[in-house]
Write a protein that binds this ligand. Sequence first.
Ligand code: SF4
Length: 407
Amino acid sequence: MPASSHNSLGLYFSIPFCRAKCTYCNFASGVYPASDHARYVDRLLEDLANAPSWAESMQVDLPKQVDTIYFGGGTPVLLAPELFTRIFAAVRDRFQVDADAEITIECAPGQLSDETLASMAEAGVNRVSLGVQSFVDREAALSGRLHTRTQVLDDLRRLRAAGIANLNIDLLAGLAEQTMSSWRESLSVLAETGVPHASVYMLEIDEDSRLGRELISGGARYSAGLVPTDDAIARMYEDAILAFADAGLQQYEISNFAREGQASRHNLRYWQRRPYLGVGLDASSMLRSSVEEDRAVLRATTTDDLSGYLSNSEASSETAWLGSAQQLEEAWFLGLRCNSGVRIDDLRGEFGASAIEPPVDAARRLAADGLLIMEGDIVRLTSRGRLISNDVFAEFLGLASAVEMAR
Ligand code: SF4
């Protein structure tokens, strides 16, 4: 879809606090005292207030109209209700939030207090994403999650009772001690919950996580030696696609599945290259140049150092301008993530016929290898391509370098 046709904004808030660190986690999150939460929200609101002047100084467009808001982390529901109230008041003060905006909060099951749930619902939160990872209690416990299956089911009931029915459940394939049979148990419990959205991630162990360090050093505390093989994880992923299709959850992106009309609007904007402003620790933004005739795109990421972020009101962001060549590369590898695929006509309209020739040739080669499928002017990943999507995407890097840079 041509990116220029969108003039609304998505807001992302990073809330990096967790009650315990999961064994596989490599996010910029940690266990911090509640006293840090209020300080952090102060900083967050400072950044939100400064966003228009920052955008002006960077010469990027910051749309005022907001149609998606996403609180990720970390465990955002650990914030006290009054902190949420402050954030929402500041957002509504500075932006025009659509009446039907999608407002999502990530939630660690078993950690949502009644007070926080009530304040979320009152503030307009209408979507909750639960980091379940496994419905098998031993697997969840081994990975450092603090919940049981019973608590997840209870949270779903409470959320629905509070009027929040747009629910996502995350599952993770590749946890320690996971087997094909325990994986199928998780898939089947998820299907029984009737949630309209599910996400499945294939665990890649990062050497900076506790699990990764144990894998290298050979310990036994987190059962790192009992992590499924890559082949087994790939089979689990393929199994999930079939099981979810049976349950009415159609795959629409490599890791995401939804009932008709219930795809995550916020996450779609990342893959469709629509503007978003990320606020808080390690948060990313993507905004378009406000200079007439300049089609450059700015990507910015905030520091991932919490103490630096808290103590410095001029928090450093890493910024990079993307010219046409890099945008065309992104259009391929972000677009191919979605089952709707990449539409060659749209790319031709946005980047010009000669610029898209090298990547289209690459797509033809990958189609001949069975990794992509080309139907008319639409290009999509095949199931095999989806399993090694990063290798497929790498084939598009550098191909567009002949395109004249916009900036
Ligand atoms: S809840 Fe999420 S962010 Fe927090 S430690 Fe676990 S995986 Fe990391």
